[in-house]
Design a protein around this ligand. Sequence first.
Ligand code: B1M
Length: 209
Amino acid sequence: MADLNALSEAIIKGNQNLALEITKAAIDEGMAAKEILNQGLIAGMDVIGGRFKRNEVYIPEVLIAARAMKTAMEILEPELAKAGVEPIGKFIIGTVQGDLHDIGKNLVAMMMKGAGFEVVDLGVDISPEKFVEQAKATGIGLIGMSALLTTTMPAMEKTIQAIKDAGIDAKIMIGGAPVTQGYADKIGADGYAADAATAVDIAKKLSVA
Ligand code: B1M
């Protein structure tokens, strides 16, 4: 019988081939897709997220774990769809207008996917209008913005204003190296996270609020 603890360990170690092999075996044995997701893949990403938050592992380990998760998800996703398993939430993310940094934004997107969110990643240099357009088009009520430059931080405030002006009822979370909780409070963001693992915790709180 496929061992979900071993699957979780394979994710933690970033062992792509082993993660794929165990996921495939579990599917072939008829194990519930949700069980494979929660007790194998997400459980492993949870461990990595916690270690990253405590500075016990660094960006490369998180990226390698996320890659293993992505590979396994490619064969698990159709099974989840067949079983009608819904994501735990939906999330739009982008780096704000004028800003091309995407390493942190990508990490947040990966951790969110790892936690079971469906993620729409808009990319970099995203204008307030584009955030508004995508929020309307997808109907997703949780929006994340990343900024790495002090000069692009004001684009976060502009985007929040544009979302409010468009009458969109969305929760907004922000992050990026120069961003602080104080700044988030000042511009009216609903949440702030200093790192990708904390971003998942905040997103879960905002999703149920
Ligand atoms: Co840029 N750059 N850069 N750069 N760059 C910085 C940010 C800088 C601090 C370097 C420096 O001067 N010491 C400086 C900003 C200074 C400032 O504004 N105070 C700077 C500058 C000035 C510039 C240019 C203007 C340089 C130039 O051209 N003269 C230029 C701007 C281009 C533009 O965006 N328009 C530029 C360009 C670039 C590269 C293209 C070369 C490259 C980006 C490549 C890429 O992203 N694909 C780059 C890089 C790599 C950096 C540094 C070295 C690293 C940034 C990074 O990826 N960190 C950076 C210096 C540094 O930080 N040491 C620097 C790792 C990443 C995982 O961290 O993004 O903070 P971070 O994400 C974290 C958290 O912040 C949080 O979670 C992540 C994981 O824990 N987080 C969120 C991020 N987003 C979040 C969203 C959330 C929640 C949490 O909710 C939605």
